[in-house]
Design a protein around this ligand. Structure first.
Ligand code: NAP
Ligand code: ZN
Ligand code: ZN
Length: 347
C-alpha cells in the first residue's frame, strides 16, 4: 500500500484536518501521479457537510486534480513517467452499460466510482480525492493535461470546465444564440469563457452588482443584477439558453421567464433543497428545464484539447491547504474570482 497524506473530514460537522491514509499498490492498468494542484469546487463543501445525503467518512475531497506521473503499472500504454496527468469527477465505471459504451461514464447505469465520497467498482473500497499528495487511478480515467497551459489554472477544467463545456456542446450552443450564465463563480466564469469561445452572445445574471466590471473583463457582452426587477424585465423572452450554476436555493420560475420560445434552462448548480416549479413557467413558450452532470472521459479530453488550442484556463486564487476553511467561507459569500486552487506543496 502507498502511504498518503491528505486533508479529511471525519464527520459532517468536523471540517477538514490532516489525515494519513493508504492508497492501493499499482495494478497493471494503474497510473500513480503526485498531485501538484487541486481545485476547490463548491461540491467539495456540499459533500463534506453532507448537504446531499449519503456521505462516506472519513472524506478526502477534491476532484480537480493535476500533477505528474511517478509510477505506471506493467500494462499501461497511455502514460509514461513524468507526463502531466489529471483526474476529474470519476475514477472508474462499469464500462459495460449502455451509457459507458457511449462515453457517458458520468451516467453509468451501474454506478460509477466518484473520485471521492464514492466506492471503487468492488462496491466496498472508499475513494479518496485530491486534497492529498498522490493518487492511483486506472489509466482509462486519467486525462492528458495540455503542456502549454498554466498547470494550476488548468486544474479547475477537470470539473468546472467540463461541467459547463459538456452541456454547451450537447445543446450545440454557438453563433446566433443568446446565452445567459447564472452565477459568476467557478462554474459560471468557465461557462462565460466557453460560451464566448463557441460564438454565443453571453449575458451574466448575478446577485453581485460588484462583479459587473469583472464579468465584462471576462468578455461577457451584458450583465444583469438579478435583484433589480427593472433589469430583469428588459431580459424577458430574450435567451435561447440559460446555464444555471447557482449553488443555493433559488426561484427557477423567475429565470424561465427570460427564455424565448423553445428555450432551455440547463441546471448544473446543485442546491441541496428542492424548489417549486410552476408548469406555467414552461407551457407558454414550450420551454424546457434540464440538468447535466460533468462529462464523460473522452469528452473531458476533448475539452482539455480545446482549452489547449484556445488558451482557455480558469482564473484562480492559489491557496495554502491550511487556509481551506477561509476559502470555503469566502466561496459561500460568492467572494472568489473565480476558483480557489490548493498548492499541494503546502500539504
Ligand atoms: P461557486 O464558485 O460558489 O459559484 C456559485 C455562484 O452562484 C456564486 O458565485 C454566486 O454568483 C451564485 N449564488 C450563490 N448563492 C446564490 C443564491 N442564493 N442565489 C443566486 N445565486 C447565488 O460554486 P461552483 O463551484 O461554481 O459550483 C456551483 C454549483 O454547481 C454547486 O452547487 C456545485 O455543487 C454544482 N456543481 C455541479 C456539477 C455537475 O456536475 N452538475 C459539477 C460541479 C459543481 P453571483 O455572485 O454571481 O450571484
Ligand atoms: Zn466539482
Ligand atoms: Zn456503466
Amino acid at each position: 500500500m502507498i502511504a498518503t497524506k491528505g486533508y479529511a473530514a471525519q464527520t459532517k460537522d468536523s471540517g477538514l484536518a490532516p489525515w494519513a491514509f493508504k492508497r492501493r499498490e499499482l495494478g497493471p492498468h494503474d497510473v500513480q501521479f503526485d498531485i501538484t494542484y487541486c481545485g476547490v469546487c463548491h461540491s467539495d463543501l456540499h459533500q463534506i457537510r453532507d448537504d446531499w445525503g449519503g456521505a462516506i467518512f472519513p472524506m478526502v475531497p477534491g476532484h480537480e486534480i493535476v500533477g505528474r506521473v511517478v509510477g505506471i503499472g506493467s500494462q499501461v500504454t497511455k502514460f509514461s513517467i513524468g507526463d502531466l496527468a489529471g483526474t476529474g469527477c470519476q475514477v472508474d465505471s462499469c464500462r459495460t452499460c449502455e451509457n459507458c459504451q457511449h462515453g457517458l461514464e458520468q451516467y453509468c447505469l451501474n454506478g460509477n466510482s466518484q473520485t471521492y465520497n464514492g466506492l471503487e467498482q468492488d462496491k466496498k473500497t472508499p475513494t479518496y480525492g485530491g486534497y492529498s499528495n498522490t493518487i492511483v487511478v486506472n489509466e482509462d480515467f486519467v486525462l492528458h493535461m495540455p503542456e502549454n497551459l498554466d498547470l494550476a489554472a488548468s486544474a479547475p477544467l477537470l470539473c468546472a470546465g467540463i461541467t459547463t463545456y459538456s452541456p454547451l456542446r450537447h445543446w450545440m450552443v454557438g453563433k446566433g444564440h443568446k446565452l445567459a450564465v447564472v452565477g459568476l463563480g467557478g462554474l459560471g466564469h468557465m461557462g462565460v469563457k466557453f460560451g464566448l469561445a463557441l460564438g454565443a452572445e453571453v449575458t451574466v445574471l448575478s446577485t453581485s452588482p460588484a462583479k459587473e466590471d469583472a464579468a465584462k473583463k471576462l468578455g461577457a457582452h451584458h450583465f444583469i443584477v438579478t435583484s433589480d426587477p427593472g433589469q430583469m424585465q428588459t431580459a424577458v423572452s430574450t435567451f435561447d439558453f440559460i446555464l444555471d450554476t447557482v449553488s443555493a436555493e433559488h426561484d427557477y420560475n423567475q429565470y424561465l421567464a427570460l427564455l424565448k420560445v423553445d428555450g432551455v434552462h440547463i441546471c448544473v448548480g446543485a442546491p441541496p433543497t428542492p424548489s417549486a416549479l410552476s408548469a406555467f413557467s414552461l407551457i407558454p413558450g414550450r420551454k424546457s428545464i434540464a440538468g447535466s452532470a460533468n462529462g464523460g472521459i473522452a469528452e473531458t479530453q476533448e475539452m482539455l484539447d480545446f482549452c489547449g488550442e484556445h488558451n482557455i484556463v480558469s482564473d484562480i486564487e492559489l491557496i495554502d491547504i491550511k487556509d481551506i476553511h477561509t476559502a470555503y467561507e469566502r466561496m459561500l459569500k460568492g467572494d472568489v474570482r473565480y476558483r480557489f486552487v490548493i498548492d499541494m506543496a503546502t500539504l
